[in-house]
Ligand binder design. Structure first.
Ligand code: PMP
Ligand code: GLN
Length: 382
């Protein structure tokens, strides 16, 4: 009998809910992915590059043209000049980048601080490195960092802190002054940072994303992860990148080369072409998704769900206390999918110890207007 290295891990909630949506014919606002395609020019570029014979291994670190584009985007967005050769690595998805960053730093007995609710891939990656997650709950009311809880969670064994802004599942943002506060807190300690910024370009209401790439002090000890899947509406391409100072990048690549070696070649060519031709895409993205958020939220105003519009990501969390306070959020998601035809994600699954009495579910609004309109109609009828 095999002894599991991840005895507490089952099938992820994203797979469970997407499957249930497919089985029941419910509108799937659970797993985060657009129900529309990426830009024509991007998909045409992919066809072109596969036909042009770009089908063999890419360089281990990623296609130089794409790493250059990423470096140029970082310079435009955050004012940092990163070296495309020594600081940027293309990864087969942000998940892979997070995994490799954790393996680079975390050793047996080390502690890694994660903020609950936290994305589901962090903890298994820490456990496989022999480490242990210390869960620090974000504040109940606005999902911001509770500094007292964070300070008391630090120990001599703390080797890494994982932050995620814009935050999945809550949509909350970490501010620049919070990054300053974090820098001050870990200044004299041997602690590294993973900054999961996959929703970096989905920030609304005129707010500017506070990236660790724009924070000189934190960047020196950070692995910053992003995903082309979110930014270019192609989650199925599973292509992302990891940016870190040269010494950290060099160590991380030792692991990356034996986990995947490289990402998919023609996808990298297509992304490089598209980024060169349409640099404005990322500047247009906040308005694009803000319009979807507002379209969806405007329709939900007449429902019995209550909510504050999210500051970032393509997820809207809603409170269902006025509808079925008797149900926990997992049962609420199942009930809504089966009985009302809309699939969602319960928030409690992102916690080690879910807070009592919360009635929150997450709805993905990366959908066509027609899908959002139909979903909202069903939600308003509950
Ligand atoms: N981190 C967060 C917070 C996410 O929501 C996602 C999206 N699934 C990822 C990482 C992984 O991104 P990718 O699909 O590029 O691996
Ligand atoms: N990040 C996506 C979400 O939060 C799902 C990714 C996945 O299915 N693993 O819904």
């Amino acid at each position: 009998m095999i002894t599991s290295k991840l005895p507490n891990v089952g099938t992820t909630i994203f797979t469970v809910m997407s499957q249930l949506a497919a089985e029941t014919g419910a509108i799937n606002l659970s797993q985060g992915f657009p129900d529309f395609d990426g830009p024509d020019a991007l998909r045409e570029a992919l066809c072109r590059h596969t036909m042009d014979g770009h089908n063999q291994y890419a360089p281990m670190t990623g296609l130089p043209a794409l790493r250059e584009q990423v470096a140029a985007k970082i310079a435009r967005s955050y004012g940092r000049q990163v070296n495309a050769d020594t600081e940027v690595t293309i990864t087969p998805g942000a998940t892979h980048g997070i995994f490799c960053a954790i393996q680079t730093v975390v050793r047996a007995g080390d502690e890694v601080i994660v903020f609950d609710p936290s994305y589901d891939s962090y903890e298994p990656s820490v456990i496989l490195a022999g480490g242990r997650c210390v869960h620090v709950q974000l504040k109940d009311e606005d999902f911001s960092i509770d500094w007292e809880k964070l300070s008391s969670a630090l120990s001599p064994r703390t080797r890494m802190i994982i932050i995620n802004s814009p935050h999945n599942p809550s949509g909350a943002l970490i501010t620049r002054s919070e990054l300053d506060q974090l820098a001050a807190l870990i200044r004299d300690r041997d602690i590294y940072l993973v900054s999961d910024e996959v929703y970096e370009h989905l920030v609304f209401d005129g707010v500017k994303h506070a990236s660790v790439l724009a924070h000189e002090e934190l960047y020196q000890r950070a692995f910053v992860v992003s995903s082309f899947g979110k930014t270019y509406h192609v989650t199925g391409w599973k292509t992302g990148y990891l940016v870190a100072p040269p010494v950290l990048t060099a160590e991380m690549r030792k692991i990356h080369q034996f986990v995947a070696f490289c990402g998919v070649t023609p996808l990298q060519w297509a992304l490089a072409d598209f980024m060169a031709e349409f640099p404005q895409h990322v500047e247009e993205l906040p308005a694009f998704y803000q319009a979807k958020r507002d379209f969806f939220c405007n329709q939900l105003e007449s429902s019995r769900f209550t909510f504050n519009r999210v500051g970032g990501t393509y997820f809207q969390t809603v409170d269902y206390s006025q509808i079925r306070p008797d149900l926990n959020d997992v049962d609420m998601s199942l009930w809504m999918t089966r009985e009302h035809g809309v699939a969602s994600i319960p928030i409690s699954v992102f916690y080690q110890t879910p807070p009592e009495g919360k009635h929150l579910i997450r709805l993905c609004f990366a959908k066509r207007e027609e899908t959002l309109r139909q979903a909202a109609e069903k939600l308003c009828a509950i």
